[in-house]
Design a binder for this molecule. Structure first.
Ligand code: GTP
Ligand code: NA
Ligand code: MG
Length: 301
């Protein structure tokens, strides 16, 4: 990519945090507060990721159970996220999965924004959260650090705007860019086999523009893009960088965290996926032999 081809793109955000601290509630609250008019009752189709618009700028939220998806993607070497929102319930404060989330974000070099949630609760103690975060080297601004923190209530809808502004501020510092004028590449967020529609893969386009008709290799699978469905359930002709979209038309179901790329023709797609499927089979066979070997070893002791 030439520097002049790199245009600003939206930030991609994942929500992480301890069980029951309000990850899903926060994602739902943000989505429902920002539904496009005409989408009655905020009934958007769930595709595993969605975009909202704030001050004319888009933010992409990965809407799968943040922690698990992040871990799965990291394990497969895929980096889908620019910013991690760390949700900490103000009545429960820092807990084991809060600490785990911090290590994941730090290991991936992804900046954290702290959402101190459930501030509507009488037992909320946001200051305790900030103090406890110090012990895990998350230094929020009021503690002399640079990590942005926002007190929110997902259920009351308090300060959701402030959280979106913090995300845009953080994104500006990151100066996120992508080249839209090339064939698409990105990462699979989730994929399933749908009875009516066949293989349905939700992907995040990270670079280039994905088009209906493109030939895509995703992990060990390939197919010609029959249709693209956006986060509002609308059929679209193309998906730009940082856009989540469903791909219909793959011949098999790839895995979360698999990378995808557009290739020039079907023969090339077949060649790549046959090679990968053979590798996967060989690996599985080797693992099987390894297990049997160690079992025989154990039994001969
Ligand atoms: P897991 O996905 O199971 O880890 O949980 P989660 O982090 O997604 O939390 P979830 O959104 O399911 O919320 C857990 C509980 O906390 C639910 O009963 C929510 O209604 C409640 N809750 C979430 N946010 C708030 C909030 O801002 N205030 C109050 N009072 N309750 C909240
Ligand atoms: Na929960
Ligand atoms: Mg949840």
């Amino acid at each position: 990519d030439r520097p002049e081809d790199m245009e600003p793109r939206s930030p991609v955000v994942t929500i992480m945090g301890h069980v029951d601290h309000g990850k899903t509630s926060l994602l739902d609250a943000i989505r429902n507060a920002n539904v496009v008019s005409g989408e009655a009752g905020g009934i958007t189709q769930h595709i595993g990721a969605y975009q909202v618009e704030k001050n004319g700028q888009k933010i992409t939220f990965i809407d799968t159970p943040g922690h698990a998806a992040f871990t799965a993607m990291r394990a497969r070497g895929a980096q889908a996220t620019d910013i991690a929102i760390l949700v900490v319930a103000a009545d429960d404060s820092v807990m084991p999965q809060t600490i785990e989330s911090i290590s994941h974000a730090k290991a991936a070099g992804v900046p954290i924004i702290v959402a101190i949630n459930k501030i509507d609760k009488p037992s909320a103690d946001p200051q305790k959260v900030r103090t406890q975060l110090l012990q895990h080297e998350v230094f929020v601004e009021s503690m002399g650090g640079e990590v942005l923190d926002v007190e929110v209530s997902a259920t009351k809808g308090t300060n959701l705007d402030k959280l979106l502004e913090a995300i845009l501020l953080q994104a500006e510092l990151l100066d996120l860019r992508a080249n839209a004028n090339r064939t698409a590449e990105g990462v699979v967020i989730e994929a399933k086999l749908d009875k009516g529609r066949g293989s349905v893969a939700t992907v995040l386009v990270q670079t280039g523009t994905l088009l209906v008709g493109d030939i895509v290799v995703a992990g060990n699978e390939w197919g010609r893009v029959r249709a693209l469905v956006d986060d509002h359930g609308e059929h679209v002709k193309e998906a730009l960088p940082a856009t989540p979209v469903e791909i219909l038309g793959l011949q098999g179901t790839p895995q979360a965290g698999d990378r995808f790329a557009v290739v020039t023709n079907e023969a090339r797609a077949r060649e790549i996926t046959e090679y990968r499927q053979r590798l996967a089979r060989d690996k599985a066979a080797a693992r099987h032999v390894g297990q049997r070997g160690s079992l025989e070893h154990m039994m001969s002791q």
